[in-house]
Design a protein around this ligand. Structure first.
Ligand code: ADP
Ligand code: MG
Length: 785
């Protein structure tokens, strides 16, 4: 007999605590099934149970999770300024943190009290069962307890290694605790008679001595009991050189002293709908989980406490992004009607037809330009998808109305390439395009500057030099910023602040690392997104192969073959100089070895990041002019050299690069008629998983799929650097994992703003204060009203 009532009761509780839609749907169906079960015939009953059974796997994920208290979010009242100031205070305010520790923590990225509070355990150990010493099993992780019977330092082995040995006793049983590191620190920490709670891997005895635990995690009982008895034991990432126990005590000291002050700033109605608990409660739960918590759920970051903190983070993120967008939408700008002359003329002159994706992007941009507000748009598309043409058509729309357009590229060489392309396309239309980089000096520079000031130069292509002082435009209307792989917001911001004729400038940002739309909308929150998801027809895809280092010789052979056919090659290394510790085959040493060995007889050139810009330029130019066969380099070639005659790229230590970066790198070949080849070399000892990860590049040339795979592996923080993207840091939320929560947060934030667009109502006071705190200067709250 099934305890149907009890099951139903549990189901109701689970439904109340679940918000993610698949979970809700499954629970609802289960509820239905159970209701029918009571009255069903035996055959029908079997079918119902089978169906119920099938629903279980997706629910198992949620099952271990305790039901969140549904509606007791206790919002904070007043006192926000003081509380937020306390949280923003330097980490040296945490009890037990002196100037030395403070420095250590700061270097580790924990600069404020709040940073420490939000430094969540990266792992939890289940120590709810404390084994007797006599019951320890060799080869297992265990928690045990005993009394210190002796402390002894010794020097062992031919290497004369110092070690510390602490004998732990329980009745007649003994184990040895061993330290090879921080021997001095631990030697003074333990004395005979102390009771220790110890956790670690039990290892076999040496000779017929006792079993051993090497580098155990130790708590001195009686000294720091409150935290130490915690049966589900949090483990923290820490600065190297700081003992784990010290790190844990510091975090817990911060929690004790400050966690109560972390404000609960969500509007209560929002908190209730999202079923979240206050941050202070969630933090306490995660730093010191109660015994009944589920360590598996904690380790998967799926507890309701995690979820609550993530929602809180995402709500304020989305709120800030929405405010940025509406602020831009209200600013006056120039309206540029659709082009009737220059754009049709250029299209007629093109030797190819724009792709459907290009046409779509051009239409989206034209609509933005026609609005009397500044355009803020991201054009994303894979390498070679034809972004330049789209940007140029936008520029011509502006030029047709007597305004100027500026194209900004990240390097001089790229600016030159853009200038060459654009110049030849627009010259027949009677439009003057000039180049302005740091390398253009003297008279040439003066001529360009005069042309810009008088308005005769309609399009200027350049580097950062364009936003430097002394560059005056007569009437600039549009800036196109080609960021390639660099997501610098500073340059973009410089243009966005700039006043055009009728208000703020229109800005189009181009990125060659396409990412999924929802993510793009968040990471570039204040930009609208156009995507080129299609490559022009007739491209020969690059052939990519992943190799173990043992096959390097064969790869070099293939490279020589291509050079023998008159083509050129790149060899890429991840580092400039070989450091003592690293075995990386750095470019500087390798160019010598390659020249003396496997690539002897070929003309090699070296290019690396520490060279001066002029030196780099010279090398690239000579490579382009075919004075060299092989360019040995670090990643500096990533940002856009275009040498159609180069057909091979060999990337050493491919495992050190992100997939998106490798994809960019290989985009350097296959730009001409001949097929491009990319060889990724990874060490022989490399783990099979890493190998599989690299294989993604063998299987697809679709930049979106690659970016997605990369994001899943590394998370958006590493992928883009949220700091660079001008967003608050993500402490808890994971944009790949928490997509459903992200959408919920976005909806709630937009709804809240719809009701109170200026955040000026009294109910928004807490929200406002927290928003300013989280975005700390990244959001101009003046705009908020
Ligand atoms: P990216 O998006 O990487 O900046 P580019 O704008 O540099 O790409 O374009 C790559 C190449 O493709 C250029 O040589 C360009 O002239 C060409 N191209 C652009 N659009 C088309 C098209 N619709 N059909 C054929 N070739 C195109
Ligand atoms: Mg480009």
């Amino acid at each position: 007999m099934l305890p149907l009532d009890a099951i139903e009761h549990r189901l109701d509780a689970a439904r109340a605590a679940t918000v993610d839609p698949p979970g809700v749907a499954a629970l609802d169906e289960l509820h239905d099934l159970l209701a029918r079960l009571a009255t069903a015939s035996p055959e029908a009953r079997a079918a119902l149970l089978r169906r119920a059974h099938a629903l279980l796997p997706p629910l198992r994920r949620l099952a271990g999770e305790p039901a969140a208290p549904p509606s007791d979010y206790a919002e904070s009242h007043g006192g926000f300024a003081g509380a937020l100031a306390a949280l923003a205070a330097s980490v040296d305010r945490v009890p037990g943190v002196g100037p030395k520790r403070a420095k250590e923590l700061e270097r580790f990225g924990l600069a404020t009290v709040e940073d420490v509070l939000y430094h969540l355990p990266f792992r939890y150990e289940d120590r709810r069962v404390v084994s007797r010493l006599r019951d320890l099993v060799i080869g297992t992780d265990a928690t045990t307890e005993g009394e210190v019977a002796g402390v002894r330092q010794a020097v062992v082995g031919r290497a004369r290694r110092r070690l510390l040995e602490v004998a732990l006793r329980d009745g007649t049983d003994v184990v040895l605790l061993i330290w090879f590191n921080q021997v001095g620190y631990f030697a003074q920490r333990f004395t005979s008679g102390q009771r220790l709670l110890v956790h670690g891997r039990v290892e076999p005895p040496i000779g017929n001595g006792p079993s051993r635990i090497v580098h155990p995690d130790v708590v001195v009982l009686g000294e720091d009991d409150a935290e130490s008895r915690a049966a589900i034991h949090p483990v923290y990432e820490k600065p190297t050189g700081m003992p784990v126990g010290v790190m844990r005590r510091l975090v817990h000291a911060a929690v004790d002293a400050y966690v109560a002050r972390v404000p609960a700033a969500l509007p209560p109605a929002v908190a209730r709908r999202a079923r979240v608990i206050e941050p202070s409660r969630a933090l306490r739960y995660l730093h010191a989980p109660p015994n009944e918590a589920n360590p598996d759920v904690l380790n998967a970051s799926r507890s309701y406490a995690h979820r609550s903190l993530a929602f809180d983070e995402l709500f304020f993120l989305q709120l800030g992004l929405a405010l940025r967008r509406t602020a831009a939408g209200r600013v006056p700008g120039t309206a540029f009607p659709a082009s009737t002359r220059l754009v049709p003329a250029l299209r007629a002159a093109l030797p190819f037809r724009p792709t459907a994706a290009q046409d779509r992007a051009v239409a989206e941009i034209a609509a933005d330009l026609a609005e009397p507000h500044p355009m803020r748009r991201l054009l994303q598309g894979d390498v070679g998808s034809g972004k330049t043409l789209v940007g140029l058509l936008a520029a011509l729309t502006v030029v047709e109305q007597g305004h100027q357009a500026a194209f900004m590229a990240p390097t001089e060489l790229l600016a030159e390439q853009h200038h060459a392309t654009i110049g030849s396309l627009v010259a027949p239309l009677g439009v003057r395009a000039e180049l302005l980089t740091g390398a253009i000096r003297g008279r040439a520079r003066r001529t360009v500057l005069e042309g810009l000031a008088s308005g005769e130069v309609a399009i200027v292509v350049g580097t950062q030099a364009l936003i430097q002082e002394g560059v005056e435009f007569q009437r600039v209307g549009l800036a196109v910023v080609d960021e390639q792989h660099r997501f610098g917001v500073m340059q973009r911001a410089a243009w966005q602040r700039r006043e055009g004729d009728g208000g703020a400038l229109d800005v189009l940002v181009m990125s060659a690392t396409p990412i999924p739309r929802t993510l793009a909308l968040t990471l570039y929150g204040d930009l609208a997104v156009s995507t080129l998801d299609e490559l022009p027809p007739g491209r020969t895809p690059i052939v990519t192969e992943v190799h173990r280092a043992g096959r390097r010789e064969a790869v070099h052979g293939r490279l020589r073959d291509e050079v023998a056919r008159g083509h050129q090659a790149y060899v890429v290394y991840p580092l400039v100089e070989e450091s003592e510790k690293s075995e990386l085959r750095a470019a500087t040493t390798m160019v010598r070895e390659l020249g003396a060995g496997p690539l002897a007889g070929l003309r090699l050139a070296l290019l690396h990041g520490r060279m001066k810009a002029e030196e780099k330029d010279t090398v690239m130019r000579r490579f382009k002019a075919r004075e060299f066969d092989v360019l040995v380099s670090t990643t500096v070639i990533e940002v856009g050299i275009d040498v159609p005659n180069a057909t091979v790229i060999v990337i050493e230590h491919a495992e050190r690069f992100g997939l998106a970066q490798l994809h960019q790198l290989r985009g350097r070949v296959g730009r001409g008629q001949a097929r491009g080849h990319c060889h990724l070399i990874a060490p022989d000892w490399m783990h099979e998983d890493t190998f599989k990860r690299l294989r993604v590049l063998e299987q697809t040339t679709d930049g979106f799929r690659i970016a997605e795979a990369d994001l899943e592996l590394r998370g958006p923080g590493d992928f883009l650097g949220t700091r660079q993207a001008g967003l608050p840091p993500f402490r808890v939320a994971n944009l790949m994992r928490d997509t459903a929560l992200l959408r919920l947060a976005r909806d709630e934030a937009l709804a809240w703003l719809a009701a109170d667009p200026e955040l000026s109502q009294p109910e928004s006071a807490a929200v406002r204060a927290m928003l300013a705190h989280r975005w700390a200067g990244r959001l101009e709250l003046a705009q908020v009203g």
